[in-house]
Design a protein. Structure first.
Length: 264
């Protein structure tokens, strides 16, 4: 267990109206550049799917599509996508550092087996297995699109790129949506529950392109992950759990699709 001092560090709080406006503007800019705009785009995608022939259940979406017919160019496109996500995470870390919140204060100190790896694997199981069940149920009810975790061609680099993509997604989302957003909302005087809800709603919003099931499932994931971070102040478990869930989904789909009847 962590001490009270570890789980509730104190960050500098803006004391003037000008400083508060600056923090609000910073949050707005970060969200527009990153996941806030993704949330608006996902909502439009959900509306488009609902209005399309066959409705939401008749649509499909590829999470890691091929971007070019030529293998090397496709690889470079995939690596650029990974770099963009890592850049988003780095932006959040930089802004927190500039505001006085070093990486260790948000739970990115030296990674530890009992405090980070074990809880990370436990979170992956707690979220990943029910999440798969929720997706299958939502798909059967027609409120989820068919999710294609990977449609990459059989290149030698396919599996390593899928793992890199999973790690990049995990870094970007957990740094920005949990550590950055909740920390900056704290600085504005938001309560822990209000900050947690904002983080969870944001996470759910940019997954709406997967359908209502995907949005709801990620909303729940956001509540669980955000509450864990608020109580433990350890971010590594969230990154490890998220990367594990995505890696298993990407690689598992690649290995099982067409070989089992229960996988859409």
């Amino acid at each position: 267990m962590v001490s009270a001092a570890d789980s509730a560090p104190t960050w500098p709080t803006p004391v003037s109206d000008l400083q508060r406006r600056a923090v609000r503007l910073e949050i707005l800019i970060v969200l527009v550049v990153t996941f806030g705009l993704s949330g608006a785009s996902a909502a439009l995608s959900l509306l488009e799917s609902a209005l399309a022939p066959g409705g939401i259940g008749g649509q499909s979406v590829a999470l890691n599509p091929s971007r070019a017919a030529q293998s090397t160019i496709d690889l470079l496109f995939q690596l650029l996508s990974v770099l963009r996500l890592l850049g988003w995470g780095a932006l959040g870390l930089y802004l927190l550092w500039r505001s006085g919140s070093a990486p260790r204060l948000i739970g990115l100190a030296r990674i530890r087996l009992r405090r980070d790896i074990v809880p990370g694997l436990a979170l992956a199981a707690v979220i990943g297995l029910p999440g798969l069940g929720l997706y299958l149920i939502a798909h059967a009810l027609g409120v989820s699109v068919t999710i294609v975790p990977s449609s990459l061609s059989e290149h030698w680099w396919r599996l390593p790129v899928l793992v890199l993509s999973a790690v990049a997604n995990a870094v970007a989302e957990e740094v920005l949506v949990v550590a950055y957003l909740i920390t900056r909302l704290r600085a504005l005087g938001w309560s822990e529950n209000r900050s947690l809800l904002a983080s969870a709603v944001l996470r759910g919003s940019y997954h709406l392109y997967q359908g209502l099931g995907g949005g709801l499932g990620n909303l729940v994931m956001g509540v669980v992950f955000g509450k864990f971070w608020q109580r433990s102040n350890r971010l590594w478990p969230l990154i490890l759990a998220h990367a594990t869930i995505d890696s298993v989904a990407y690689i598992g789909y690649t290995a099982l699709h067409g070989h089992v009847s229960w996988l859409p």
